[in-house]
Design a protein around this ligand. Structure first.
Ligand code: SF4
Ligand code: SF4
Length: 70
């Protein structure tokens, strides 16, 4: 399965990744805040992820890493 890793301490909750992801079930805000007080985004269900990398590209914080399953 493809892998999406979000560094939750870098996330500022702008939601760009969630907005531009072509699939709507993968990324969601967590229920607890990070050290900066933001409800950081996490990958909750990766089965539909196509590893397009859009989330990583649009993240202004560089907080997301996408790894394609080979
Ligand atoms: S790699 Fe593409 S499909 Fe997967 S979570 Fe990021 S934007 Fe969505
Ligand atoms: S684009 Fe980056 S900073 Fe913005 S919500 Fe997503 S992970 Fe957080």
């Amino acid at each position: 399965m493809n892998r999406v890793t979000v560094d939750r301490e870098m996330c500022k909750e702008c939601e760009y990744c969630m907005t531009f992801c072509p699939k709507k079930t993968i990324l969601a805000k967590s229920s607890t805040v990070n050290k900066k007080g933001y409800y950081a985004v996490e990958a909750v269900d990766l089965k539909d992820c196509i590893a397009c990398g859009i989330c990583a590209t649009v993240c202004p914080e560089g907080a997301i890493m996408v790894e394609k399953d080979v």
